[in-house]
Ligand binder design. Structure first.
Ligand code: HEC
Ligand code: HEC
Ligand code: HEC
Ligand code: HEC
Ligand code: HEC
Length: 445
């Protein structure tokens, strides 16, 4: 009887310990920096993985210029001026500087101070995750730092650490814990894993790893067995090659021979052939994809063709205009009566594939934490094809002969007027030509 009671108490306390490991926002201050090993201590054996990781955005999540600007110039002051946003501002670190968050060091020292916050999403943070508490959202992974490193392979042996298989390393929920985010108003301001879950790749058993950590033959450490090794490259929006051609573009006229006073309709097809989620995904408040269609006549004159309207609700946010937006930055920046900056910075009349985020006044915002509602979701889903139409009435001065029509699809990580206003280095708002396609018509007398 005594034994049974003791066993019961032991089991109960184990249960309590298991329950006590806080996750998500409750994990603030629950650990010390020194609980986690530095990436440099993995480098001696996992040299190539270390080099891959250090070139990826994972190792720069806290130090990258635009992250630094948005966090320090918008989020932190917003939280200071309005306590309702303090937890959200602290929470940025849960995903971008998780060691600082776990150590309760928020806001962390600035990147220039070279603290351990700069390790960003580090090896030891990722490899001491032992589970996700519930559906993946808002850094709700469970962190158990120590000698045991967890991974997706069974039965490995290492001189430096205990090595354990954990099936969380084989499912998209693992990535979703940081790639899905709900803001203080309960809105899903990031939903990459959810988009994936609802799309064709989840059904076919193709998780994030397949496309973002592809496997290749080799060994992960000098003393390891030869095998297929997960490449820690994490290519995404910051890699031009990854973005290029993710969407295929083609263009066709309804008719090829057009009288000089006639009109022609073009159809452009855009097929998301490569991404496991919508494009854009992730930081959807920042990112835009847009289609620019131009005609060049036999004498070299160029005409810009605006897209035909489809008439759906909220379409005005998917057609480039000169309107102003993003005025809610004024509060964080301490600017009175700030009217905002240009919404798009894209040639007027072009189709934009995006989902607008609105502030409390129904004006577009790039401050995802301040988002109160979303507009129409006009992004390109995984394996979805969007069709756009252009009706072009021949201009009076058109030259007879061949006219070449070209459709170009551009991607921008951050809308340019916002980038320029906040002095974000130009690479964040550069135009990436994703794809282009041309077709020819003939204009006759
Ligand atoms: C002294 C060499 C050495 C060091 C230092 C080292 N490891 Fe390893 N690690 C290994 C070896 C060997 C393996 C087994 C690889 C194999 O057989 O494929 C391994 C395997 C792993 C695995 C795979 C686990 C699995 O089951 O899939 C992970 C994850 C890992 N190490 C993480 C780390 C991290 C994080 C660090 C730094 C904190 C680190 N290692 C430091 C040698 C090392
Ligand atoms: C601890 C949180 C965390 C986890 C877990 C995590 N990520 Fe990330 N990831 C981030 C953050 C934060 C960034 C943004 C870095 C930046 O630009 O500041 C990022 C960036 C990326 C990027 C680059 C995006 C770009 O804009 O270039 C890719 C790709 C990516 N993650 C894929 C994954 C995959 C696949 C997994 C699962 C194996 C994963 N992530 C797990 C936090 C995480
Ligand atoms: C965003 C989280 C994340 C980060 C950061 C990360 N890893 Fe991994 N790592 C993973 C996942 C997930 C896998 C399993 C992928 C798979 O098998 O598909 C993995 C696999 C591994 C493996 C086993 C490779 C193999 O296939 O044999 C080693 C070793 C490893 N990681 C070491 C490291 C080291 C060292 C670092 C830092 C330089 C690091 N990881 C950074 C998530 C991460
Ligand atoms: C079928 C391959 C595939 C799968 C599966 C996949 N991705 Fe991607 N991912 C891509 C491609 C291609 C891009 C580049 C185009 C783009 O930016 O969307 C990309 C881009 C990204 C970006 C940067 C996008 C942006 O707009 O900033 C992130 C972050 C990302 N993926 C995370 C994930 C996560 C997390 C998962 C799993 C839930 C996942 N991906 C599953 C192919 C894939
Ligand atoms: C739940 C995890 C999570 C939280 C919380 C979070 N982020 Fe992020 N953040 C990410 C991920 C993942 C990405 C990469 C998505 C992508 O590439 O599209 C990202 C991307 C960004 C980017 C774009 C980086 C670039 O170079 O394009 C900025 C800026 C940023 N976050 C700032 C913040 C700020 C400020 C906060 C707090 C108000 C915050 N984040 C809260 C996960 C998070």
């Amino acid at each position: 009887m005594k034994h049974i009671v003791v066993i019961f108490i032991c089991m109960f306390s184990l249960f309590l310990i298991a329950e006590e490991i806080p996750s998500g926002e409750h994990a603030l201050g629950s650990r010390k920096y020194s609980d986690y090993e530095k990436p440099e201590s993995c480098k001696s054996c996992h040299t190539r993985i270390y080099q891959q990781w250090s070139q990826s955005m994972m190792s720069q999540a806290y130090t990258h210029h635009w992250d630094e600007i948005e966090y320090w110039e918008l989020a932190v002051p917003h939280g200071d001026k309005d306590p309702a946003f303090k937890a959200a501002a602290d929470g940025c670190n849960g995903c971008h500087a998780p060691l600082a968050f776990l150590a309760g060091d928020v806001p962390p020292p600035r990147p220039s101070e070279n603290s351990r916050a700069n390790e960003s999403v580090s090896c030891d943070l990722c490899h001491t995750i032992t589970g996700i508490s519930g559906d993946p959202v808002n850094f709700n992974w469970i962190s158990e730092p120590g000698r045991t490193k967890y991974g997706a392979k069974e039965g490995l042996v290492s001189p430096h650490h205990i090595t354990k298989f954990n099936d969380i390393y084989t499912v998209a929920d693992y990535c979703g814990s940081c790639h899905n985010e709900q803001n203080p108003f309960g809105l899903w301001v990031k939903s990459t894993q959810i988009e994936w879950e609802e799309g064709p790749y989840a059904e076919q058993g193709v998780p994030c790893f397949v496309c973002h950590m592809p496997k290749a033959p080799g060994r992960s450490a000098p003393m390891a067995e030869e095998g297929m090794v997960a490449q820690h490259i994490f290519l995404g929006a910051h890699n031009e090659a990854k973005v290029k051609s993710a969407i295929e573009v083609s263009i066709h006229p309804d008719e090829r021979e057009i009288p000089y006073d006639g009109a022609v309709v073009f159809q452009v097809e855009l097929f998301n052939a490569k991404a496991g989620h919508k494009i854009p995904t992730g930081s959807v408040e920042d990112r835009i994809l847009w289609l620019d269609v131009r005609a060049v006549d036999a004498e070299g004159k160029e005409y810009h063709l605006p897209v035909d309207l489809k008439g759906f609700e909220g379409e005005e946010y998917t057609v480039a205009s000169d309107e102003l937006a993003y005025s809610d930055m004024g509060f964080s920046l301490g600017l009175d009566n700030f009217e905002g900056v240009q919404r798009d910075g894209v040639p007027v009349g072009n189709r934009i594939f995006r989902m607008p985020y609105f502030d409390e006044n129904g004006i577009m915002t790039i401050q995802q934490w301040n988002t109160r509602s979303f507009g129409v979701d006009y992004r390109v889903g995984p394996r979805e094809t969007k069709l756009e139409h252009y009706t072009w009435y021949m201009p009076d001065d058109i030259a007879f002969g061949d006219v070449v029509i070209t459709a170009r699809l551009y991607y921008q990580k951050l809308v340019k007027p916002v980038a320029d206003f906040l002095n974000v280095p130009a690479d964040e708002s550069e135009l990436i030509l994703m794809n282009e396609a041309s077709t020819t018509i003939e204009v006759y007398d």
